[in-house]
Design a protein around this ligand. Structure first.
Ligand SMILES: C[S@@+](CC[C@H](N)C(=O)[O-])C[C@H]1O[C@@H](n2cnc3c(N)ncnc32)[C@H](O)[C@@H]1O
Length: 246
């Protein structure tokens, strides 16, 4: 796995990473949804639907879409509840106003609202939510353990955190091939859609530092979660980690 020293230096320290991530997403916000569709060939929609199945939504649930970006998971949760004919309350929270602004242009439907918030210091009381959903967010937190602890605090007993993110395939050969693919494809997509080949190289660089789905189970347990599990998608190149607050 080749290190990109320029990006690496900018995400080493938590305060620098927070600044870098915020600037990065502010810059790509306008074409973020399109980029997701291009990079995953639309498959991120299917993976997000799977996350929502594992969320086990129930009538009356209070749901936080954390690091919501343009709000895919918030909308997905509301649609799922509507199809099952029950009501839930959903809030979307993100660090980057530009991402939420792009999300608002797609309509907010029955969403309770969009809140500017840092996952490491959430402006909610203890036990405020039944479910915290995170799509491609944990990897971007400046301090993963602080973010997990904060999500745990905001869940009521019986609540669940569910996170979808890039994974690390178990096989060394596949992992190498995957990182090589990401290094090239993110440059091509970054150049084609944002005229900046570096904008998406952050993905492999942040993934390199991000725990694999098996290690994430232990990090979630250390934050207090129980029954921590993961489900691999596409041979472990993507993974959903989830755990409960008892
Ligand atoms: C890759 S986008 C994911 C957006 C959306 N959840 C999705 O699945 O498409 C990552 C988002 O995480 C947000 N983010 C990064 N660090 C954050 C933090 N500490 N607190 C809240 N949001 C954060 C960024 O602003 C960005 O909108």
């Amino acid at each position: 796995m080749k290190l990109n020293r320029r990006i690496s230096g900018r995400i080493e320290r938590p305060a620098d990473k927070r600044r870098y991530v915020r600037r990065l997403f502010a810059g790509v916000a306008g074409r973020y949804d399109l980029t997701n569709d291009v990079m995953s060939l639309g498959l991120h929609r299917r993976w997000k639907r799977r996350l929502l199945e594992l969320t086990d939504l129930r009538p009356g649930h209070r749901v936080l879409d954390l690091a919501a970006g343009t709000g895919d998971l918030a909308r997905g949760a509301l649609d799922l509840a509507a199809r099952k004919e029950f009501e839930i309350r959903v809030l979307a929270a993100d660090l980057t106003p530009e991402m939420m602004r792009a999300g608002r242009t797609r309509g907010s439907g029955a969403l309770q609202g969009w809140i500017g918030a840092d996952a490491l210091r959430l402006p909610f009381p203890d036990g405020a939510f039944d479910r915290v959903l995170v799509g491609y967010g944990l990897r971007n937190f400046a301090d993963l353990d602080a973010g997990l602890a904060e999500s745990f605090r905001c869940l009521r007993p019986g609540g669940r955190l569910v996170s979808l993110d890039f994974g690390h395939p178990r096989s060394t050969a596949l992992r190498r091939a995957y990182f090589a693919y990401l290094n090239v494809s993110t440059r091509v997509v970054g150049w084609a859609l944002h005229r900046d080949p570096e904008s998406y190289v952050y993905i492999p660089e942040s993934l390199r530092r991000f725990p694999d789905q098996r290690a994430m189970v232990r990090r979630m347990e250390a934050a207090g979660f129980e029954r921590c599990r993961y489900e691999e998608l596409m041979l472990g190149t993507m993974a959903i980690n989830y755990g409960d607050r008892r």
